[in-house]
Ligand binder design. Structure first.
Ligand SMILES: [Zn+2]
Length: 326
């Protein structure tokens, strides 16, 4: 394995060329970090879905190199994941997108623009997504059936989106954070896969709770920032109370990019921008620990299974809501 084999340690070095700031000084330090992460996630089921939101980040390098590092990581673990590709990345690097598919992963859509859905509105969304889906279909020879909203921004203010996604030919969405949260959220939405009235299957974000906070603990800056003892507690909690939910992780290429400059992101504020920038060296060992002894299968491979048990949910009441947001 590239991450553990001495012969491929240089790969890690080329990915993390800034000594000291974000990197592990030696192989044994990195190995300990992977072991610690694997211990954190020991309570979780052995099957899950490893997802990636393939987008660039201001101040960072392009998405290609860290995306290929994630592809290598999945190869090493014999797993396949779902890659939600932003239209910008597809237009800049169609070769990368084809490589993701060629290496056995599902390619889905992360949208035509990285904006909150509510700020966009239904007309612009329909137009943009029609073009983005067609471009992915042209690139791959097959149209994507999965969609993830930027920022998990499928919220009550964007309740029009599922119907448009269905109309465009999508079969599932992975866009709802079923709680009130620091990110966009939909408090009261089911925590396990459900159906929107138009038939689209929704696969909500797995959440862990710390007091009043609901955190998508298996992804992004939460996965980078939470201390190991907290991750372990959240994993245990999910395993005991969330077994009927779909377990999935998420990350971005920039989560692995320690050389990015700190850039103010107006959508995240200064504190959010700082948190998105720091602690990137922790991500790869944690993802490797998550994959240890665990197999990732893409959403497309489990969609029939999820659809068979997904119950209709009517936002605003009237639907069967088997499990409210955790
Ligand atoms: Zn995104």
């Amino acid at each position: 394995m590239a991450l553990t084999g001495k012969g491929q340690a240089a790969t890690s070095v080329t990915m993390q060329p800034s000594p000291g700031r974000h990197t592990y000084q030696c192989e044994s330090g990195r190995t300990r970090a992977v072991d610690r992460a694997a211990h954190c996630f020991a309570a979780l089921p052995t099957r899950f879905t490893f997802t990636v939101d393939v987008e660039s980040h201001p101040g960072g390098s392009c998405a290609a190199a860290p995306t290929r590092r994630l592809l290598d990581l999945l190869d090493e673990s014999g797993s396949h994941g779902t890659f939600f590709v932003l239209d910008d990345v597809l237009r800049a690097d169609p070769v990368l997108v084809r490589e993701i598919a060629r290496r056995g992963h599902e390619v889905a859509s992360h949208g035509h623009a990285h904006r909150h859905l509510a700020a966009e509105g239904p007309a612009a969304f329909r137009t943009g997504m029609t073009a983005a889906r067609a471009r992915l279909a042209d690139c791959l020879g097959v149209a994507p059936i999965g969609y993830r909203a930027p920022y998990f921004s499928l919220t009550p203010a964007a309740a029009w989106a599922p119907a448009i996604l269905t109309e465009l030919g999508f079969a599932y969405s992975s866009s709802v954070l079923p709680a009130r949260s620091l990110l966009a959220g939909w408090p009261g939405a089911p925590a396990r896969p459900f159906r929107w009235p138009d038939g689209l299957v929704e696969v909500p974000v797995p959440l862990g709770r710390i007091g009043p906070l609901a955190l998508p603990f298996l992804g992004g800056m939460y996965l980078r920032w939470l201390p190991p003892w907290r991750l372990r507690a959240l994993a245990r909690d999910w395993a005991t109370t969330g077994q009927d939910g779909a377990l999935w992780s998420y990350c971005h290429p920039y989560d692995l990019d320690p050389d990015a400059r700190l850039v103010h992101r107006p959508d995240a504020g200064w504190l959010g921008s700082l948190m998105l920038w720091l602690n990137r060296g922790s991500m790869l060992p944690r993802l490797e620990g998550l994959l240890r002894g665990r197999r990732s299968v893409p959403f497309v491979a489990t969609l029939d299974e999820m659809a068979a048990t997904a119950q209709l949910w009517q936002p605003g009441g009237g639907g069967t809501s088997p499990q409210k947001g955790r």
